[in-house]
Each structure stands twice: as C-alpha cells, then as structure tokens.
Design a protein around this ligand. Structure first.
Ligand SMILES: C[C@H](O)CC(=O)C(=O)O
Ligand SMILES: [Mn+2]
Length: 342
C-alpha cells in the first residue's frame, strides 16, 4: 500500500471505553489494570479509559458505571510505563471539571466528540484541554449522516478551536470503503492537522475501511481488541496489526503480545461473543449509533418486539447519540401499533 502520509501511525485502543458499552459499564478496577498493563507491555500508543459515553456518562440515561471512571483512569495511569491514557469527552455530558480531574490523574490525551454537524459545541472543551497541556483531538461522530462538504466544514471548526487532529467517526459502522476514502481524502486536502479514523464492524468492513483510511493519509487509528466495542465492535486491533505487518507497515506494537491480550485477557471477559448478529448487522445497515444495541435489545424484551424493528425505525428517524430515551419511546409506539393491527 502506498500511504499518502509519511507520519507514523498512532493507534488508540478503545476496548476500555467503547467496550464499556458492551460491558454495560460494569468494568472492575482489576480488569482495567490487567488489560492496561498488558497493552502497555505490548507497546500500545494510547489506551482510552472512560465511561462508554465519555466522561460523565454514568447516568440513568446512558447506564451507570460500576466503578467511578476517575478511579479507573487513575488505575490505568498507574499501570502505564510508556502508553498514554486517553479520555473521551462529549460536551453536554462531560464537563470542564471532569476534564480537569482526568488531567490531574494523569490522562494525557482527550478526544472531544460531537455529532458530525455540531462541532461548534466543542470550542470551550478543546481550548481548555489545550490550556491543560493535553493532546487534544476532535471526534466527529455519525460521520455517515453528513455530506462530505459538511464534514469538512465541521472539521475545520474543530481545527480553528485548537484540535490537533480530527477523526472521521463511523459510529454506526455504516460507511463503505469508498465513502471512507472520500471523507479522509477531503479532510486531508482541507486541514493542516492530522486526520483519524474510528470504525465499527457492523457490516464487516472495519478493517477494510481502516486500511483505506490509512492509504488516504489517516495517521490516528482506533481499534478494539477482540472487537470489544459497541455493536459488533471496532476495527479488531490484533487483526489490523497483523494485516499492517503483512503490508510492511510497522506501527511499533508487538503483534504476538497483542494477540495474547485478546486471547488470554479480553476474550474471557466478554459477556457474549463479539460477533455480527442480526442486531449489530442492522445497526450498520440502518445507520444507527452502535451503542444503542443493548438499549434496543432490552426494549425489545420489555415490549415483546424484534430488536431489528426498533433499530430500523430509529434509523428512519435519524436518531443520534444523546437521544437514548427515544429507544423506549419508539419501542412503546411500535408495540401499540402492533396491538392495534392484531
Ligand atoms: C459516545 C460514543 O460511543 C463514541 C464513539 O465511540 C462513537 O461514536 O463511535
Ligand atoms: Mn465507537
């Protein structure tokens, strides 16, 4: 592969943050320590630790954490000899106070995340993060929902606030390789900062999408070991590393050690296999936020519905992150409609 950037590729492992959705936010401190220690030893660059919905996400709306995320961040920082602990922050969920606390505990990087059309709400958090001396990156979620020109406009806003990179975030795992190519290429041609890609594997193209992103010049790449991320998971870290190695691209992370983390540590922690089942497939197919999966499955049990019907309806209504309460509303409506029909 001929890469369009000669900068080194930096990998962020997200299983302790995106994977928190799968774990229903019930990570224990011991699990976080074990995973972080092993990832650090393998040479992982960044390890993201936060509630699945970012700092401050532990609420009834998103799901309560078992252990305070600040305790988990502190534990992860203690375990790292070389890796940087990263945090995610969605303005409106996480506050400047949360950010300062995470920084004090040793987090070195923050991704400030907004819906793809709402970058303007990230200005304050990006500028505070820079003042705190953190590596500060923008994260444009649900990137499939906006045309390329809009994505570029929003990324430029984040750049103007001080972001040092902007990610194309395929939250629904709905983007196809050509769509990733278009988006990464447009950002690379319009920004002076680095570009990143965060994928979800709901349509089984996360590794392919990530390779296209790298080819087009993305240098900030996310993965989750054993696909431990929302929906069918993210780009599977150990698989991506193996493919990059076969392509002669060295990212400086030990492949065998990463495989061992997957096999011996993360695998046994999974509440269920991270596979593409009917629910996660429909997320990608209908363009629905991956972290809605567990909420939709719970609602489907409560109302006696097929989770696919709930997800398809959410997709039709263009529901986005932060509107988790709509899942129950939609399920209740569908159940009423089915009763009337019967
Ligand atoms: C809050 C979301 O889970 C962030 C993310 O990982 C995504 O949008 O994808
Ligand atoms: Mn994600």
């Amino acid at each position: 592969m001929k890469r369009k950037s000669d900068k080194p590729i930096k990998v962020t492992e997200v299983c302790l943050r995106d994977g928190s959705h799968v774990m229903a936010h019930q990570y224990t401190e011991e699990q976080v320590r074990k995973v972080t220690r092993a990832l650090d030893d393998a040479g992982m660059h960044y390890i993201e630790v936060s509630h699945g919905d970012g700092l401050g996400g532990s609420t009834l709306q998103y799901g309560r954490s078992l252990i305070d995320e600040m305790k988990l961040i502190e534990a992860a920082v203690e375990e790292c000899k070389q890796a940087t602990v990263a945090v995610l922050l969605l303005p409106g969920i996480g506050t400047v106070h949360d950010l300062k606390q995470a920084r004090q505990l040793g987090a070195g990087l923050v991704r400030v995340a907004t819906h793809v059309t709402e970058a303007d709400v990230s200005a304050q958090h990006i500028s505070v993060a820079r003042e705190l001396g953190m590596e500060t990156l923008g994260f444009l979620m649900m990137a499939h929902m906006a045309p390329v020109e809009k994505l570029v406009e929003q990324a430029k806003l984040m750049e103007s606030y001080g972001a040092q990179a902007v990610y194309v975030t395929d939250s629904a795992g709905a983007l196809l390789p050509d769509q990733v190519r278009e988006r990464i290429s447009a950002l690379r041609n319009s920004l002076d900062i680095e570009v990143g890609f965060h994928g979800h594997n709901n349509l089984s193209v996360a590794v392919a999408n990530t390779l296209v992103a790298i080819e087009e010049g993305a240098t900030r790449i996310d993965g989750s070991i054993r696909c431990l991320g929302a929906g069918a998971g993210n780009t599977q870290t150990e698989v991506l590393l193996a493919v990059l190695d076969r392509m002669g691209i060295d990212v400086g992370i030990d492949l065998y050690k990463t495989m061992d983390v997957a096999e011996n540590i993360v695998g046994p922690m999974l509440p269920r296999p991270q596979e593409i089942n009917k629910g996660s497939l429909v997320l990608g197919y209908a363009g629905v936020y991956s972290s809605f999966l567990l909420h939709a499955e719970r609602a489907s049990e409560r109302f006696g519905l097929d989770p696919r019907d709930i997800l398809i309806e959410l997709g039709k209504r263009n529901v986005v992150g932060g509107q988790e309460d709509m899942i129950l509303d939609v399920a209740a409506e569908l159940a009423r409609a089915q009763k009337v029909e019967a």
